[in-house]
Design a protein around this ligand. Structure first.
Ligand code: ATP
Length: 226
C-alpha cells in the first residue's frame, strides 16, 4: 500500500502554493493520497482571520476536482488545540502498518522544535520537507542533527517503512503566502490566479478578508480595473 501524505495547515486561506506543492509531492513520491487537515485551533497563531468552518469549506472547494486529494476535518471537529502529534497518533491507530508522510514547507520545518512533543513525530510518520522560496535546510542545531540521523534521499525508504525518515524535496516555487493574500484582499485587490476559482468565489461571497464596507478600496475585488 502506498503512503498517505498528511498536509496540515491553517489554510487562512488555502492557495495555489499549497496546492502545487501537494500535487508535486503526490505525483513524485507516488502517494496514495494527500490528506488536507485544516487546523481548528492552531498553536503559535496570534490571530486567525476566517473561522474554522469557512477555512474547511475553502479547502474542500479547492481539492474537490483533484483525484488523490482528500479533506480530513478531524482537527476542526476535535476542539482544543490542533496538535499534529495528536492527529498523527489518531491516524497511526487507524493505519497501524501504513506509511504516513507528514508534508511540511521548509518554514514550518524550521519551527518544528517549538511544536508540542515534536520528538515523537518521527515515531508516528515520516517527515517530508518541501523547499519554499528563500529557505535552506538547516545544517546545525536539533534539525541539522535530525537530518543527519534520519535524513534520506530515497523515496523508496518512505514506501518501505511506516515512519522514521526525513526527506527533503525541491518543489516548484510559487511565492504565495496566506499572509500576503490577506493583505492583498484587505487592500481591495483581486486574488485571481493565486487561489483556485472556487476559493476566490467563497472569499468574494463571504467577504471574509475584505476591508470594512464603505472603505476607500472596497469593490476592487470584482476584477474591474481600479
Ligand atoms: P501564513 O502566511 O498565514 O503563515 P502560509 O501561506 O504559510 O500561511 P499555512 O497554512 O501556514 O500557509 O501553511 C501550511 C503548510 O503549507 C506549511 O507546511 C507551509 O510551510 C506550507 N506552505 C505555505 N505556503 C507555501 C508555498 N507557497 N509553497 C509551498 N509550501 C507552502
Amino acid at each position: 500500500m502506498r503512503p498517505i501524505g498528511i498536509f496540515g495547515g491553517t489554510f487562512d486561506p488555502i492557495h495555489c502554493g499549497h496546492l502545487r506543492t501537494a500535487f508535486e509531492l503526490w505525483q513524485e513520491l507516488q502517494l496514495a493520497e494527500v490528506r488536507f487537515l485544516p487546523a481548528g485551533n492552531p498553536p503559535h497563531r496570534d490571530q486567525i482571520y476566517a473561522n474554522a468552518e469557512l477555512r474547511l469549506r475553502m479547502v474542500e472547494a479547492a481539492v474537490a476536482d483533484q483525484p488523490g486529494f482528500v479533506v480530513d476535518d478531524r482537527e476542526v471537529r476535535r476542539g482544543g488545540m490542533s496538535y499534529s502529534v495528536d492527529t498523527l497518533g489518531e491516524l497511526r491507530a487507524e493505519q497501524p502498518a501504513r506509511s504516513l508522510c507528514l508534508l511540511l514547507g521548509m518554514d514550518a520545518f524550521l519551527g518544528l522544535p517549538h511544536w508540542h512533543r515534536w520528538r515523537e513525530l518521527l515515531g508516528l510518520a515520516h517527515i517530508v520537507v518541501a523547499h519554499r522560496p528563500g529557505w535552506k535546510a538547516p545544517k546545525r542545531g536539533p534539525l541539522g542533527e535530525l537530518l543527519v540521523d534520519y535524513g534520506t534521499g530515497t523515496v523508496r525508504d518512505l514506501h518501505e517503512r511506516p515512519a522514521g525518515r526525513v526527506y527533503v524535496r525541491a518543489v516548484t516555487q510559487l511565492e504565495i503566502s496566506s499572509t500576503e493574500l490577506r493583505a492583498l484582499l484587505a487592500a481591495g485587490r483581486d486574488p485571481h490566479y493565486l487561489v483556485p476559482d472556487q476559493v476566490r468565489q467563497i472569499i468574494l461571497e463571504t467577504r471574509c478578508y475584505a476591508p470594512p464596507r464603505g472603505s476607500r478600496t472596497s469593490g476592487r475585488t470584482t476584477g474591474e480595473p481600479a
